[in-house]
Design a protein around this ligand. Structure first.
Ligand code: COA
Length: 321
């Protein structure tokens, strides 16, 4: 018998959800503990839930969905993952239609999802197109074997920046005692984060400082790869943060963000931040960095020149309801 059940956040459910996700993932591995943790620290002022599709007692699919923050409060972000042995239109529709009912509670008028341009997602892509979703953003995805990066080549650049008074620090290891460290870091990330390209119809929003700190402390405890901050005359002018998930993929880092204040761009600071991060990660035994950027973002030039190689693109689809 096919049935949709509500999510109760049990350990068994977290394990089963990772099992389903890992049947779909094409280049990442999910670990139930990381999902459980992210569930526990979620912003509880927003609606976030899961619908679980069972065939008798076996989980065969899941719909993850969450409400956007502030100006995006009527937008729903979702991910639909189905065991490839059961990925039929009827099951996709069951989960999708149930989600449409659930999100009426916050009067949602826009829904968005991301998939990869990889065969594992072809059926969901077909479903999205049938349901009149539009492709609203294409993102280049990259992987880099950081043992092959020519770090020496970039030392003159770093020396020049240091000569100009710019210093690079590891946030967790070296900056905790800096005055108002996290306030300054949050503000920096918010300023350059507004320049990250996002689909039309979605707004950049700023989370509360309290929620920012919750995520940051969790990051430092559970998934810290490295976070490098560029500082000039006490002003935080650029940063990058990368996550490593030791329980699933200890040798791989994921770029979370990178940016430089407008008035300091085109001086090589982003390049230097990447090199500093690579040095730290190599010391920790990391071998690969994954990253992505919107297809026209100049960041891709930096990635290519460092030796990042393209892997399947990610695709953002949106539909108004
Ligand atoms: C993208 C960004 C991080 C680049 O920072 P930066 O410190 O200016 O980058 P660099 O000086 O190291 O640039 C190195 C090279 O990248 C290319 N590049 C960087 N910015 C570029 C731009 N706006 N247009 C064209 N090429 C650019 C150039 O080839 C540049 O070398 P050059 O200046 O000698 O021509 C910065 O523009 C930024 O913060 N943007 C907003 C946030 C963002 O989009 N981050 C990336 C998200 S994935």
């Amino acid at each position: 018998m096919i049935k949709i059940k509500k999510f109760n956040a049990t350990d068994l459910e977290f394990r089963e959800l990772s099992r389903i996700d890992n049947l779909v993932n094409h280049d990442s591995i999910d670990h139930p503990d990381d999902d459980k943790n992210s569930w526990e620290i979620r912003d509880k002022s927003l609606i976030r839930d899961r619908l679980l599709l069972y065939k008798d007692k076996t989980l065969i699919g899941v719909m993850y969905y969450s409400q956007g923050r502030a100006q995006n409060q009527r937008t729903t972000f979702f991910t639909l993952n189905i065991d490839p042995d059961y990925n039929i239109k009827e099951y996709r529709e069951l989960l999708y239609n149930q989600m449409l009912k659930e999100i009426k509670i916050f009067d949602s008028n826009k829904i968005l999802t991301s998939i990869y341009d990889h065969p594992n997602y072809d059926l969901v892509k077909e479903f999205l197109i049938d349901e009149k979703f539009k492709l609203v953003q294409t993102n280049r995805e990259y992987s880099c074997d950081i043992r092959k990066v020519d770090i020496e080549k970039y030392q003159p650049l770093i020396k020049k920046l240091e000569f100009d008074g710019i210093r690079f620090y590891d946030s967790k290891q070296e900056m905790k005692a800096f005055p108002n460290h996290y306030q300054k870091l949050e503000e920096l990330e918010w300023i350059y984060g507004q320049d990250f390209p996002i689909p039309d119809g979605i707004e950049h929003t700023r989370e509360s400082f309290e929620q920012y700190m919750k995520y940051k402390m969790d990051y430092e405890k559970n998934s810290y790869g490295t976070e490098i901050v560029a500082v000039k005359d006490g002003i935080y002018i650029g940063s990058t943060d990368l996550s490593v998930f030791p329980k699933s993929e200890p040798h791989k880092a994921w770029t979370e963000g990178l940016g430089v204040l407008k008035q300091f761009r085109r001086k090589g600071i982003a390049t230097a931040l990447k090199i500093k991060a690579i040095e730290k990660l190599i010391d920790k035994g990391v071998r690969e960095i994954r990253t992505d950027n919107e297809e026209n973002n100049p960041m891709y030039k930096i990635n290519v020149s460092l030796g990042f190689k393209p892997v399947p693109f990610s695709l953002d689809y949106m539909r108004e309801i």
